[in-house]
Design a protein around this ligand. Structure first.
Ligand code: GTP
Length: 185
């Protein structure tokens, strides 16, 4: 079980963006051809994480779970929590839903001024030969809780360990101000 000294990373995002595949690719270092609806919660022991902190990675499946379960996960008591919002770089709708659904949803659940770090994860870069990073930059300006954005591919394993490291780093060394006096529009 996570305690307050552990890092907890919760992967959220639209159906089919590859949340479960990302976790399984990290664990087994190969792309899973068969993907279960949800990966078991995994714990990475402190000595194999760059920051030497036990890290729990939690999958969320849009298939089985309802909003109540999701809120429970989101609100789980853990001091060192970060959210990885996954989208598919190949599916514009999932990119749009980061700002129209997921970030507002988190603000609604945690409170508008929450500063629990979020990283944005663009998966499936193997399907695209250009980067969508530029279109994510305005989101980082508009939502102070967004620490960083990373593109990766569960299929080719590109940036997989980096992605989890960024999520861990976001919570241990956040760069966003704890208190942002500027009102957002
Ligand atoms: P839900 O459980 O429905 O929320 O989906 P999920 O976000 O966990 O996605 P899942 O890992 O089940 O992957 C959905 C589909 O995308 C599967 O067919 C995967 O094989 C495929 N997929 C996942 N990651 C990648 C990737 O990096 N590249 C490609 N080409 N396909 C991927």
């Amino acid at each position: 079980m996570a305690n307050k000294k552990d890092v907890r990373i919760l992967l959220l995002g639209d159906p089919g963006v590859g949340k479960t595949s990302l976790i399984l690719s990290l664990v087994s270092e190969e792309f899973p051809e068969e993907v279960p609806a949800k990966a078991e919660e995994i714990t990475i022991p402190a000595d194999v994480t760059p920051e030497r902190v036990p890290t729990h990675i939690v999958d969320y499946t849009s298939q089985e779970e309802n909003e109540e379960c999701m809120n429970e996960e989101i609100l789980k008591e853990c001091r060192l929590m970060s959210y990885a919002f996954v989208y598919s770089v190949f599916d514009e709708d999932t990119i749009e839903r980061i700002t129209t659904h997921w970030l507002p949803y988190l603000q609604k659940t945690l409170g508008g001024e929450h500063r629990t770090p979020v990283i944005l994860v663009g998966n499936k870069t193997d399907l695209l030969d250009f980067s969508t990073m530029e279109s994510m930059m305005p989101i980082m300006n508009d939502f102070a809780e967004v620490e960083t954005c990373v593109e990766c591919s569960a299929k080719t394993l590109k940036n997989i360990s980096e992605m989890f490291y960024y999520a861990q780093k976001a919570v241990l060394h956040p760069t966003a101000p704890v208190y942002n006096p500027e009102e957002k529009e």
